[in-house]
Design a protein around this ligand. Structure first.
Ligand SMILES: [Zn+2]
Length: 477
């Protein structure tokens, strides 16, 4: 209550509505996912309290208060409206739309420079939810423009965004933004949430391409498989290292979203519309499509092998379109094989392969998705680039010099100086002439005669733990 007083009157305070949003979101999930009526009752009581508090504020006071981080309170209140149909909740949610941020976005203006990143993304998710519930085009425009702009002009190769928690530059200015406290994990979490909304409005493969990139490189890479600990910042500056929370003494924002992150691997693999089923991600899984009485089993060890197998289980033959994403990164030679017979049709990279037919029990579709090496350059420095293989960002192992447990476990980001990072002087158009697979080691590469002064071993960023690394390389002699 005291915090709410402070934020309403412009006094110094942390972020009471941000915290409340998290509580709302948890309660609404408990109701919608688990049917817990008590959770809904509490959330509605909290919404009544929010309305009483904010009824006393005029529009100018309200907008001033929204200058303080408030998470996705506009999203949570809309989700409560979606559950109850109470128009007062929709009106209350609208009062929490921060116009200084959403209005320029709806007008396709990037005024993001200087803003705290993870404060803004949830506001846009709230706008996306507004469009879904009311159909108002300004919210659609704000959300789609924001997504396009952030993914194209403000994201790193690993799919995340932010440097020192902010967008500090004009768009497409990334060379100065390879920081040791960059790529806050909460920002990746929220971009993934926003991406799910946008894909459901317009099921284009590019949304799922981004989702895969951020999931494998910006999320999977942030949990240490040895102990389950998770990351806050993900350094994009070369020569630093990953740092992790401790079990009891570092409960960060990224710890909370981290708990959700690593439960997400199952939630955006499949989508459906009236005509069929989208397979967006290649993750071993089984889908129970209850409405149609169909099961899809996906067998794969992707990305360790560049293919997947989809097996249809259905009690009776069923006509539908199976729409498998053919990623933008796929190399020549991709193919689809149905029940042992290669199909003439494939699909261009960055689209869905649509197979509309009557599916029978046991039908099996194999999809080969060959990967290749490629560079992703900084938009404002063509001589600095990340190296990718398929959807995977490769990171160079730079050893474990001066890496002690107290540096790695506990801090939100790395400390001290970076170690020296080799420059890579290989032919930029012929990566496979100087980046070679290490025989017998899956997804492991080594530069050959290109490192200055030394060659380097490259592995997927999600497999690299316990050492210093580089994602971005200077491509100079
Ligand atoms: Zn965070």
């Amino acid at each position: 209550m005291a915090q709410a007083d402070r934020v309403e009157t412009g006094r110094k305070v942390w972020a009471p509505w941000y915290t409340l949003h998290k509580v709302y979101a948890g309660l609404i999930d408990m109701y919608t996912l688990c049917g817990n009526e008590q959770a809904l009752k509490i959330a509605l009581g909290m919404a009544r309290w929010a309305r009483q508090r904010t009824d006393r504020l005029d529009e100018a006071q309200m907008q001033k208060m929204l200058g303080v981080e408030h998470g996705g309170i506009n999203d949570a209140l809309r989700n409560l409206y979606a559950v109850t149909g109470d128009p007062e909740l929709l009106a209350l949610a609208r009062r929490f739309d921060h116009k200084a941020v959403l209005d320029p976005l709806a007008a396709h203006e990037d005024r993001l420079k200087g803003l705290h990143v993870n404060t803004q993304i949830p506001k846009v998710i709230g706008a996306a939810r507004a469009y879904e519930l009311t159909g108002e085009s300004c919210f659609h425009d704000a959300a789609t423009y924001f997504w396009n702009q952030v993914t194209a002009a403000r994201c790193y190769a690993a799919g995340g965004t932010s440097n020192d928690e902010h967008w500090r530059t004009e768009p497409y200015r990334m060379a100065s933004e390879l920081g040791r406290e960059s790529h806050e994990t909460c920002c990746t979490y929220n971009m993934l949430r926003l991406t799910r909304h946008l894909f459901t409005w317009n099921p284009e493969a590019r949304y799922a391409d981004y989702y895969e990139r951020a999931l494998f490189n910006g999320i999977l890479a942030t949990q240490d498989p040895a102990n389950g600990m998770m990351m806050y910042y993900v350094p994009m500056a070369s020569g630093f290292y990953k740092t992790f929370m401790t079990p009891e003494d570092s409960f960060w924002c990224c710890t909370g979203t981290g708990m959700e992150n690593h439960a997400k691997y199952g939630d955006s693999i499949y989508f459906h519309d009236e005509s069929g089923l989208f397979v967006n991600l290649f993750i071993a899984s089984e889908l129970d499509w209850i409405e149609r009485g169909i099961r899809i089993r996906q067998e794969t060890s992707f990305p360790e092998e560049a293919n997947t197998k989809l097996i249809v289980r259905t009690g009776r033959p069923a006509e539908f379109a199976l729409k498998v994403r053919i990623p933008s990164w796929v190399a020549p030679g991709g193919k689809a094989v149905l029940n042992g017979k290669p199909l003439e049709a494939f699909s261009s990279p960055g689209s869905h392969l649509v197979l509309k037919r009557t599916w029978r029990d046991g039908d099996t579709l194999l999809i080969d998705l060959p990967m290749k090496l490629y560079l992703e350059r900084l938009p404002d420095d063509a001589d600095t680039a990340a190296i990718l293989y398929g959807p995977l960002v490769l990171a160079g192992d730079l050893g474990s010099e001066r890496l002690t447990a107290d540096k790695v476990l506990g801090p939100m980001g790395p400390s001290g100086e970076a170690v020296a990072v080799p420059r890579l002087a290989g032919d930029r158009r012929q990566l496979d002439s100087w980046i070679k697979q290490v025989p017998g080691k899956i997804l492991t590469f080594r530069t050959v005669g290109a490192g200055r002064p030394d060659d380097v071993t490259l592995v997927p960023f999600y497999k690299l733990f316990g050492c210093r690394y580089a994602i971005y390389w200077e491509l100079r002699n």
